[in-house]
Design a protein around this ligand. Structure first.
Ligand code: GLY
Length: 337
């Protein structure tokens, strides 16, 4: 008789259950021909900074908080961490030495808010939430976003730490300033955008995405993270997706919207992430120089994760466990060398 483990191995080999994170197969999970189906709630987020963010989101949910509160509070943890050089306080500055932040949030009711090119505010995600909750608009930028924040009680703070300044100076000395793939792995630093998706026991879904964007970017450059459909998308009937990495590639393909639409048309979250990465590979000529990581979550409690280059990891909270997992990738070795 074929045992469960053998069944899973052969099902995976036949492509029936996609690229399952083998570490998370355990007795409680329900296996469908689309992947692992976890019991709700689930929180999934990009990179290792996601572990603490997930834990905070789960704490909010456990204390009876709403799903939008859970995603906002979760990503506020890396936003206020000065040792995290890709989000909020301590983020790497742009080419002129100024830290500028992008963020977006989307709830189960389809409402959304974002801010971009925002300076001097530690929690852009909370300003994005205010844009969503208290204005008829979706996106505020630059000095307008800052004025809105100050009018709503946020306080200005210098976000440029000494450590980020020194790291930025070293970066400028490098002859080739193409963003390094998987900065985290190479420099033991927390890396890139946090995108976080959560679904509660009532099956309501929300997401949040926040970043200081590309280090040493052009003044005024805005990435994918504050753009609904690019860095983040939620459809409470279907699921949600978020993106990390070189924002221009995500913007050119509207990555998160694409993942959710692929799910709407029948793809599992894993298949949707893989197809969306393939779309970037097919459509963006210089994609080999960059990393993109996509995460997805379905209404049914399935997850997906995939990247262009190896080295993208993500934090998954499900069924009482919060763990860091490696995503599969289109290329098996890094291609920007
Ligand atoms: N994904 C973040 C950015 O490109 O700004």
């Amino acid at each position: 008789m074929i045992n469960r483990r053998k069944f899973l191995e052969s099902a995976a080999a036949l492509g029936l259950i996609g690229a399952l994170p083998s570490k998370v197969l355990k007795a409680g999970n329900k296996i469908t021909n689309r992947g692992i189906k976890y019991k709700l709630p689930i929180v999934i987020s990009t990179w290792s900074h996601g572990l603490e963010a997930n834990a905070e989101s789960v704490r909010v949910l456990n204390e009876g908080g709403g799903i939008v509160d859970a995603v906002e509070k979760g990503v506020m943890i890396p936003e206020s961490d000065p040792n995290n050089h890709s989000v909020g306080l301590g983020g790497f500055p742009d080419i002129t030495g100024k830290v500028t932040l992008d963020a977006s949030i989307m709830g189960p009711d389809g409402n959304a808010g974002g801010v971009c090119f925002l300076e001097n505010i530690v929690h852009p995600i909370s300003v994005a939430r205010k844009v969503m909750d208290e204005t008829p608009h979706v996106l505020l930028s630059g000095s307008g976003a800052l004025k809105f924040a100050l009018d709503n009680g946020f306080e200005e703070e210098n976000l440029l730490t000494e450590k980020a300044l020194q790291g930025w100076k070293k970066m400028l000395e490098r002859e080739n300033r193409t963003p390094e793939i998987n900065w985290e792995e190479k420099h033991n630093e927390l890396h890139d955008t946090i995108g976080l998706l959560a679904i509660n026991e009532e099956s309501d879904i929300a997401g949040a995405c926040t970043t200081s964007g590309l280090a040493a970017k052009m003044r005024g450059r805005v990435g994918d993270s504050p753009i609904i459909g690019a860095g983040l998308y939620v459809d409470n009937e279907i699921g949600a997706a978020t993106a990390t990495g070189m924002g221009e590639l995500v913007l050119k393909t509207l990555g998160s919207f694409l993942v959710v639409e692929l799910m709407r048309n029948g793809a599992s979250p894993q298949q949707a992430c893989e197809q969306a990465v393939k779309r970037i590979v097919d459509k963006v000529a210089d994609h080999k120089k960059y990393q993109i990581g996509l995460l997805a979550l379905s209404k049914k409690g399935e997850i997906g994760a995939y990247s262009i280059q190896p080295g993208f990891n993500y934090a998954l909270y499900a069924e009482g466990k919060n763990q860091l997992l490696n995503a599969g990738s289109f290329y098996k070795t890094t291609t920007n060398k």
